[in-house]
Write a protein that binds this ligand. Structure first.
Ligand code: TXA
Ligand code: MG
Length: 344
């Protein structure tokens, strides 16, 4: 057990600068510290220090063959980690970074080998969260950071989620309040002439197309049952699984109500996850509203998945969402979190 330090930005007696300096000092000394980004909380370690990076894998129980994203504060720092860039990458960086997008690029070996899991490429991202940016600036080294959850669980969007999963396993948590976007960054493979989306996320395919024209989508993403091997190794693992089994229900409100009623008649305690509009039209007891717009659904998704507890609820039913804009990331995560897909 490690004594996990917790700082609350602004509310602790210390100034934001003092808190960030302390967290940076721990990171530079080879320890792990969780911090907020605009997508989800990350669990950071010095990406140039293999021993420090190994602590991330240990704390999360993460498979060794799953590479980590290196986080940097600026385009200059990003360029220091990579070999060569296709021209379109500069356009993407200028359009979307800092922001929720990760570029997979040829690695020049500055990041430790366990960051890239031995791949010739490295995933790099410039987060836009002010706390993340300030921390990265003070550290002045790339910080490897996967989502700060136990492997397999929903990603953390609050410091409490991180605490729930990793208290006693990491050196510290910087609490900067709830994250904004709520789903992880878009991962885009930029090693080929045409870029390819390996994981949908905070920046949509449509937005990327506006900058670069044609964008491919990793065929392994389209649906769960292809034989394709995903190019982002992490996409093959069970992910985001809530404590309680989640069923994803296709179709309209009447259909959701029907599936709910059948389960209740069997004696099951059923929790329903849907947007406010849908819930107003349903007759159900246990419910959590995901909000209204797709942006709100993304922001509330992981917290809501964590709020249904084993022992209180037997099955979570969730509606499906249109796969436009951030809806692509929402449905990608819901499919991975669900144990069953109830078709129309
Ligand atoms: O928004 C995010 O991206 C968050 C915050 C903390 O920045 N991070 C995050 O990291 O989601 P993680 O480790 O949970 O997911 C990283 C994904 C994994 O699926 C991994 O396989 C993939 O990125 N990845 C990392 N480096 C890669 C590479 N060189 N080639 C292909 N995929 C890579
Ligand atoms: Mg993750």
């Amino acid at each position: 057990m490690i004594d996990t330090k917790r700082w609350k930005i602004a509310e602790s007696g210390k100034s934001k600068e003092e808190t960030i300096a302390e967290a940076a000092q721990l990171l530079k000394a080879g320890h792990t510290v969780a911090f907020p980004t605009e997508t989800v909380y990350g669990l950071g370690a010095d990406a140039t220090n293999a021993e420090a990076v190994a602590k991330i894998f240990q704390a999360k129980g993460r498979p060794q063959d799953n590479p980590l994203i290196a986080h940097v504060a600026s385009k200059d720092q990003l360029l220091k980690l990579v070999d060569s860039l296709p021209d379109y990458v500069e356009n993407l960086i200028d359009a979307f970074s800092p922001g929720p997008i990760t570029y997979v690029l040829p690695s020049n070996g500055i990041c430790a080998e366990n960051v890239t899991a031995g791949l010739p490429t490295v995933g790099v991202r410039i987060p836009s969260h002010p706390v993340a940016l300030a921390l990265l600036k003070v550290c002045d080294v790339p910080i490897a950071a996967p989502s700060a959850n136990l492997s397999g669980k929903p990603s953390p969007t609050t410091a409490d989620h991180v605490w729930e999963d990793l208290n006693g396993r990491i050196a510290g948590i910087v609490d900067g309040g709830p994250t904004g976007v709520g789903v992880e960054s878009t991962i885009i493979d930029c090693t080929q002439e045409t870029p390819s989306i390996l994981r949908p996320g905070g920046i949509s395919k449509e937005e990327i197309e506006e900058i670069v024209g044609k964008v491919l989508v990793d065929p392994a993403l389209d649906n769960g049952d292809t034989k394709e091997k995903p190019k982002a190794p992490g996409m093959k693992y069970t992910h985001y699984a809530p404590e309680v089994p989640l069923w994803l229900v296709e179709g309209d409100n009447a259909r959701l109500q029907k599936v709910y009623q059948e389960l209740v008649d069997e004696g099951k305690r059923v929790g329903v996850l849907a947007n406010r509009n849908t819930l107003e039209k349903l007759n159900v007891t246990d419910q959590i509203s995901l909000g209204e717009s797709l942006e709100e659904v993304a922001a509330n998704l992981y917290d809501s998945l964590r709020r249904f507890k084993q022992g209180e609820i037997d099955i979570i039913l969730c509606e499906t969402y249109p796969e436009i804009g951030i809806g692509q990331a929402i449905m990608n995560r819901l499919r991975k979190a669900a144990s069953r897909y109830v078709e129309k």
